[in-house]
Design a protein around this ligand. Structure first.
Ligand SMILES: O=C(O)CCC(=O)C(=O)O
Length: 273
């Protein structure tokens, strides 16, 4: 097992520096800012079109987002973690989390949660994000509860998922805030309870969520190709009804590299390579 993979299994999260060049990160910020109608470095514009919690921006298919997803080092990081190169990339979105001060919605943070059933046997199943700008621990950074991850069987025994989640949030388990430099990735095990903290900084937090999973069924592949070609958000994102979501999203279909085509499912992975 690679060192990164065993560390991730053991501690439940990992910070990997210098994964995405800052120029690609800045391009995502520019694309997102244009979508929101804000100016990234002008505080007077930030609060006109922001949302509480993680600050989700319903943008999934911009060219700049795809350029991050198909950046080779992102794939290399997940390849090492899954010990498999035949991966598909998530069509996830961006987070623009404004400073809490100066906005009524800024205090509303999301509780710790899992995006999977934490009672399942532990296996390779990861999530990730890219910090698009330097992000301090107190700047609305990703946060998690490693002590819960380490003792998960005790937390879930005899409990439904909502009950386990409520127990974690009602407890005084330490919450670790994990900032990072622009271009770094935080990757966590799906069984790690996680969220994003309050942004007590002076600057917004910018994040692109990027996750990879091992390529799966033909049915899933066809659905991925359709979402990509029609510029539609995934069904789970549609169900969330994030304000401002356009379906389909405007603009041309993103241009992909040979790696990008495989990460979508347009071209097959040759597992014999
Ligand atoms: O935005 C973050 O830092 C955490 C995001 C999160 O909770 C999630 O992806 O489920």
């Amino acid at each position: 097992m690679s060192t990164a993979r065993s560390r991730l299994f053991e501690h439940g999260f990992l910070v990997v520096d210098d994964v995405v060049p800052t120029a690609l990160c800045e391009a995502v910020i520019e694309e997102t800012a244009e979508f929101l109608g804000i100016v990234p470095d002008d505080p007077a514009t930030w609060f006109a079109n922001c949302s509480p919690g993680h600050g989700i921006v319903p943008l999934h298919h911009g060219q700049a987002l795809w350029n991050v997803r198909q950046w080779p080092r992102v794939h290399a990081v997940f390849r090492e973690l899954y010990e498999d190169e035949a991966l598909w990339v998530s069509m996830d979105r961006v987070s623009f989390k404004v400073p809490a001060a100066g906005w009524d919605g800024g205090d509303r943070v999301s509780p710790l949660h899992w995006d999977t059933d934490p009672r399942l046997p532990r296996r390779a199943d990861f999530q990730g994000l890219v910090y698009l700008r330097d992000t301090g621990d107190g700047q609305g950074a990703f946060c998690c509860a490693p002590e819960v991850y380490a003792n998960l069987p005790e937390w879930v025994a005899g409990r439904s998922v909502p009950e386990a989640r409520a127990a974690v949030n009602a407890s005084d388990t330490p919450i670790h805030r994990i900032g990072g430099r622009a271009g770094s990735m935080v990757i966590w095990h799906r069984q790690m309870p996680h969220s994003s903290g309050r942004n007590d900084g002076a600057l917004p937090r910018w994040v692109q969520y990027v996750t990879m999973d091992v390529a799966a069924s033909e049915e899933e592949r066809l659905e991925r190709v359709r979402l990509f070609g029609e510029k539609r958000p995934p069904e789970w994102a549609v169900r969330q009804e994030v304000p401002g979501q356009l379906i389909p999203e405007p603009g041309p279909v993103a241009e992909l590299t040979a790696l990008g085509r495989r990460l979508v499912g347009l071209d097959a992975w040759d597992r014999s390579l």
